[in-house]
Design a binder for this molecule. Structure first.
Ligand SMILES: [Zn+2]
Length: 386
């Protein structure tokens, strides 16, 4: 009796199965399950082959099928940023941060990514705020390092000093050379606004961070010249000569003015010559020749020039040699020499006097922070003959 009753349930079961099959496209489910990982691995493959456009397409495809695939969305956002598609990257990361169901670690990662999007887009105030919000998370160390770079770009030197101190505490890596540069930036700003007390305070702090800072000596020299303190200026010049003689070229005209003021102009030329002999730079020779011609006269300048050019060539100063010698020959030859000198001046007019020792960026002026690679104090006066 019981066996027969069981058979009565069979048609009912078939009906239920038919009802279910009509509503669920089993073929679709199976295809989808297979397509998801395939697209994912296809994306990875493109990524490894550095075909970023195709990788993004594949990941967008997977992401569309499963909006909760967090890791994928995070990878996608990061890819967009690397491609310079900052609006799309920010969109993905902001939507993740706005979600309330996100696990803590994923939310922190999304915040870290979002801060980098703002940073890359140059929206510094927002980047700063998001990096700051990562305090106390596992991303704090990386976030504060990037924060320091944002603050440098904003020229927010006080905040940048605090950020570097935090980096030192978190990682144990010395940050003194950055801190010294930031104090020098503040000292220069104070010097421009005429706040001598602030200049002194900042220079003391810069020296505490870096005892061999050439920049501290340069600012000390300029501040002393501004205040008319010749003894302090001379002491700073001598300290600079010991630390980085090639940078004396940055204050060449002031050096001449200092010794003119002291009633010993020839000593100014000697100082420039001493700096040039320590580090023979193109611009250094030019400045030395300007000073020598002005103070020592043609014949002494000529002998200095011949001596320098016999050691290392300089197209610009070879022009000066021709110009100076043109008066000692007959007028026809003299004119040819003058014309050649002018050609050499014109050809070398735009030759930069400084370059970055790290990335090779060349510029006619000195930068404490390279505009090419953002390295601090990587600029060098270009050697004579280069
Ligand atoms: Zn550089």
């Amino acid at each position: 009796m019981e066996f027969e009753a069981w058979w009565l349930l069979v048609p009912l079961g078939c009906f239920a199965l038919g009802w279910f099959a009509a509503r669920v496209d089993i073929a679709y489910v199976l295809r989808d399950a297979r397509a998801l990982p395939a697209a994912y691995f296809r994306g990875l493959n493109f990524l490894l082959r550095e075909q970023h456009d195709k990788a993004v397409e594949s990941f967008v495809d997977v992401s569309r099928r499963d909006p909760h695939a967090l890791d994928l969305q995070l990878a996608l956002g990061s890819l967009f940023r690397r491609q310079g598609r900052l609006g799309e990257a920010t969109g993905i990361h902001q939507s993740l941060v706005d979600r309330h169901d996100l696990p803590k670690d994923k939310r922190e990662l999304a915040l870290f990514e979002l801060a980098q999007d703002f940073h890359a887009a140059g929206i510094f105030d927002r980047a700063e705020a998001v990096y700051e919000s990562l305090k106390g998370t596992s991303y704090e160390s990386e976030a504060v390092t990037r924060l320091a770079s944002v603050l440098e770009q904003e020229k927010a030197w006080e905040k940048a000093i605090a950020a570097r101190q935090r980096i030192e505490q978190l990682s144990g890596e010395p940050q003194a050379r950055y801190i010294s540069q930031y104090h020098c930036e503040l000292a220069e700003a104070a010097l421009t606004s005429g706040n001598i007390d602030a200049v002194r305070t900042q220079l003391t702090a810069a020296t505490e961070a870096n005892r061999n800072s050439a920049r501290v000596q340069l600012i000390t020299f300029r501040a002393a010249m501004k205040a008319g303190d010749t003894a302090a200026a001379e002491a700073a010049l001598q300290a600079l000569m010991r630390v980085k003689p090639e940078l004396v070229v940055l204050i060449a005209e002031d050096v001449v003015a200092l010794y003119e003021k002291l009633g010993r102009p020839e000593l100014g030329v000697e100082r420039l010559a001493a700096a040039q002999s320590e580090s023979t730079t193109t611009l250094g020779l030019s400045r030395l020749m300007d000073a020598s011609l002005k103070i020592e006269g043609n014949s002494a300048a000529l002998s200095r020039l011949k001596q320098a050019l016999s050691r290392q060539p300089s197209a610009r100063e070879a022009g000066r040699l021709l110009e100076l010698e043109s008066g000692n020959v007959d007028s026809g030859a003299g004119k040819t020499m003058l014309d050649t000198a002018k050609l050499l001046y014109r050809a070398t007019d735009k030759v930069p006097g400084f370059h970055c020792g790290q990335c090779g960026f060349r510029a006619p002026r000195y930068y404490w922070k390279c505009p090419g690679c953002n390295a601090w104090e990587s600029f060098r006066a270009t050697p004579l003959g280069d």
